[in-house]
Write a protein that binds this ligand. Structure first.
Ligand SMILES: Nc1nc2c([nH]c(=O)n2[C@@H]2O[C@H](COP(=O)(O)OP(=O)(O)OP(=O)(O)O)[C@@H](O)[C@H]2O)c(=O)[nH]1
Ligand SMILES: [Mg+2]
Length: 127
């Protein structure tokens, strides 16, 4: 099965995190996500994280740290989520591609609203 390597950013500010709604046509459409996307060939995870967050939510990452790496098999696709906390950035995050987005406190994150692979990320953020 196809495996995709994904850079995922947990954008943090004042005890909240910035989440986006995945489009219905996308894999796991209708679920909320931490913004991010596929690591391109020849790109580091840090480069992919910066590029994807600029494209999707319009910020420039200036500080980040690794949180966890999650391997998950969906029925149609395997993913490796390389998850980073984004602790400093320039610009105001927004749904740059027209997607719905919102700031949420950690306590308000509901695992069922996110793809199944995100369960562990949310658990780590809530501990
Ligand atoms: N960005 C993101 N992707 C996630 C999360 N959880 C999760 O399972 N994924 C999966 O990771 C895979 C790749 O993410 P993506 O669709 O954002 O990739 P991308 O931005 O490069 O999209 P594109 O293919 O439309 O260019 C998808 O299969 C998606 O379902 C998450 O929290 N954030
Ligand atoms: Mg994406």
């Amino acid at each position: 099965m196809k495996t995709v390597h994904v850079a995922v950013g947990v954008i943090l500010r004042d005890g909240q995190t910035f989440v986006c709604l995945r489009g219905e046509h996308q894999h796991q459409g209708g679920k909320w996500e931490f913004p991010g996307g596929k690591v391109d060939e020849g790109e580091t995870v840090a480069e992919a994280l910066s590029r994807e967050l600029a494209e999707e939510v319009g910020i420039t990452v200036t500080g980040s740290e690794p949180l966890t790496v999650i391997r998950h098999a969906y029925p149609d696709k395997q993913v490796v989520l390389d998850v980073h906390k984004v602790t400093a950035f320039d610009g105001e995050p927004h749904g740059k591609e027209g997607q719905q987005s919102r700031w949420q406190t950690m306590d308000a994150l509901k695992p069922d609203d996110f793809p199944a692979a995100n369960r562990e990320i949310i658990a780590a953020l809530q501990q």
